[in-house]
Design a protein around this ligand. Structure first.
Ligand code: AMP
Ligand code: MG
Length: 421
């Protein structure tokens, strides 16, 4: 997808021959990483959103026995008349959890409830709507196909079937599925420890007074929220001043306690010098100009084995770069198979201004038009410091590098923030 660097640069576009396409930046990050190898056994309820470190294979049939799919009468398929009606003798009942204990004979029927085990030899359930009860006998009609309304043992899962693959992130449905196999615990990759701090002399924390030119640190809150959703252990290291010694101590502490360190701010030209100097002594780092908007400067490296992501300071840039680079990286480290955000194509209802040259992640609102079709429109102003745009949005509108402005009615790619689970 990268543009030839020979393309002439004009004020009509945003091409910068020195900048790195976002896709290449992500590939470089993923290539450098190695998924964690440690895993732990946890019971199903502790496994929600964790990543499987083993394939789950069923030891049992689900359902365990052949059972009725509805309330009605269990019969021998051979007893169903080809035409007209037939009389069968009632032999007893089979309830879920309390099966019929006898051995039914041809010419007999057993009252049966949904989920109850089929009496031996019987292979068909006739819905009660097709039966009239006449004392201890029932009259059936010819409407039911032999074999109907029965759930076979192992129909959902057969013993020996692989059920969930290694690298799968466990959802609520999976917890139920695991429980339905009688599995008491599952092997999941260990929780990642992710430390983060903000940098900047202008930053104050909630609870402190603001002096002239100071602002509250919001990045530690968005980072905390994004990390919570991923189910990692997060370590908030606070605000660190733009000071060489303080930064060095911050990097040092993080390297001692965390698998990953995320910082925000201080990676743009000029400010990056401290970080570069420190990491040249105790680690390694690359500073990239990524061809994206927002979020152009990005640092990636390591400090004594702890992976380091230096995100830009602007609040929207932090979230965009987290979702596009850090989240896929964390998913990869946890051993997940699918790590990239899902994209949908929908019609855009707004005009979007854009110059070719950088991939853009504009903030959008997915909604329905009068015909019930999904459409997207933009939130208001799109500046990288306007955090409200992220708060209002429920998706990113992803405009590829080469794309120019979008007119209402054109189709665009979106990455939804939320699904049903
Ligand atoms: P920097 O990348 O450090 O030059 O910061 C870019 C912009 O983001 C500046 O306007 C900073 O004041 C702002 N900024 C940096 N860190 C934070 C933070 N933690 N919370 C809110 N704004 C921030
Ligand atoms: Mg700064």
């Amino acid at each position: 997808m990268s543009k030839p660097v020979s393309k002439s640069i004009s004020c009509q576009d945003d091409f910068d021959p020195e900048s790195l396409p976002a896709e290449i930046a992500l590939n470089r990050i993923i290539d450098a990483l190695e998924p964690v190898s440690e895993a732990e056994r946890v019971p199903p309820r502790k496994a929600l959103w964790r990543v499987l470190a083993e394939e789950i294979v069923s030891n049992i049939n689900v359902p365990s026995g052949t059972n009725s799919a509805m309330d009605g009468y269990a019969v021998f398929g051979n007893d169903i008349p080809e035409n007209g009606t037939a009389i069968l003798e009632l032999a007893g009942s089979s309830f879920a959890g309390k099966p019929f204990s006898g051995t039914p004979q041809p010419g007999q029927a057993v009252r049966i409830m949904t989920g109850a085990v089929m009496p031996p030899g019987m292979d068909t359930v006739i819905m009660q709507e097709h039966v009239s009860v006449e004392g201890e006998r029932i009259r059936i009609d010819d409407a039911t196909r032999p074999g109907a309304n029965v759930r076979q043992a192992g129909e959902d899962i057969a013993a020996g079937d692989p059920v969930l693959g290694k690298g799968h992130r466990l959802t609520p449905a999976d917890l139920g599925l695991i429980a339905s196999l009688g599995t008491e615990n599952v092997l999941v990759s260990r929780k990642l420890r992710v430390a983060f701090f903000s940098t900047g002399d202008e930053l104050r924390s909630v609870g402190e007074e603001l002096a002239d030119g100071q602002i509250y640190d919001s990045n530690r809150y968005t980072l905390y929220g994004m990390l919570e959703r991923l189910g990692v252990e997060s370590i908030d290291m606070g605000v660190i001043r733009d000071d060489r010694e303080a930064l060095r101590r911050g990097f040092d502490d993080a390297a001692n306690t965390a698998d990953i360190l995320i910082t925000s701010g201080g990676v743009s030209v000029g400010e990056a010098d401290y970080v570069k100097e420190i990491l040249e002594q105790c680690g390694s780092v690359d500073f990239w100009k990524v061809a994206m908007k927002p979020g152009r400067p990005l640092a990636f490296g390591q400090v004594r084995g702890t992976w380091f992501f230096g995100l830009p300071g602007n609040p929207v840039s932090v979230m965009v770069t987290f979702y596009q680079f850090v989240q896929p990286a964390l998913c990869y480290l946890m051993g997940m198979q699918k790590i990239k955000p899902q994209t949908l194509k929908v019609t855009c209802r707004s005009n979007l201004r854009k110059k070719p040259g950088r991939i853009e992640f504009q903030r959008g609102i997915l909604d329905y038009n009068d015909n019930g079709e999904m459409v997207v429109y933009k939130t208001g102003a799109q500046g990288s410091g306007i955090l409200r745009s992220m708060s209002q949005a429920n998706c990113f509108i992803v405009l590829p590098m080469d794309s120019g402005s979008i007119e209402a009615g054109m189709s665009v790619d979106v990455q939804p923030f939320y699904g049903i689970v």
